[in-house]
Design a protein around this ligand. Sequence first.
Ligand SMILES: [Zn+2]
Length: 255
Amino acid sequence: MLYLVAFVFGIAVGSFLNVCIWRLPTGSSIAFPPSHCPVCSKPIRARDNIPLLSYLLLRGRCHSCAAHISLRYPAVELLTGLTWMLLLYHFGLSLPLAAYGLFAAALIVITFIDIDHQIIPDVISLPGIALGVIFSALGYGVPIVDSALGAALGGGLLYLVAWGYHAWTGREGMGGGDIKLLAMIGAFLGWRGVLVTLILGSFSGALIGIALIVARGGDSRLPIPFGPFLALGATCALFFGDALIRWYLQIGFAA
Ligand SMILES: [Zn+2]
């Protein structure tokens, strides 16, 4: 029953995250005007604005003009709903649940904005760094020293990688957005979380990157955003980081 509440709450949050993903990069307000169809500009009726359900009832079309509604909207809602169930399972009904719920929301918004626009908005990552440290100071996350160390390591490591890549190739490989994102991840997950995130993010990014380059006919110059892979790595680090580190150490000692 509690999981159902978490899921319903999650898809409602996801519905709000859709608005953020859509409006933050254009600099428009996330509160006004009320939700409207991007094609016919007609306001969306309250009964057509129910997360997940309305998409199914409307069969993915606008009530007024029958334009296709992107599958992205219900997908983000579903993703957020499932994430909240996982968060509840992991943290129980607690204050860390709220703290890491905010963290997960930030990762979801950043992922889709980065896919669409190849930017990671400072208005999310910079307050995110501060929030991660504050939650730790209040005792709702990793220990405060670990949080500060994680933010410094996350930002510092990627700064070095970006600097090295630029010095080596003369090309801009990684944006400042990625640097601030990993600093935010470090503030929430600590320095171990940063390492797990970076390893998983680089590995999955390289796999998908090679697949995309092959699919695009060998052109390696098209930008592939790194933010979604860092977010994916951070999500794995959040839920499975301890297990992964234990497993890794066991292999290390066995060898
Ligand atoms: Zn419409």
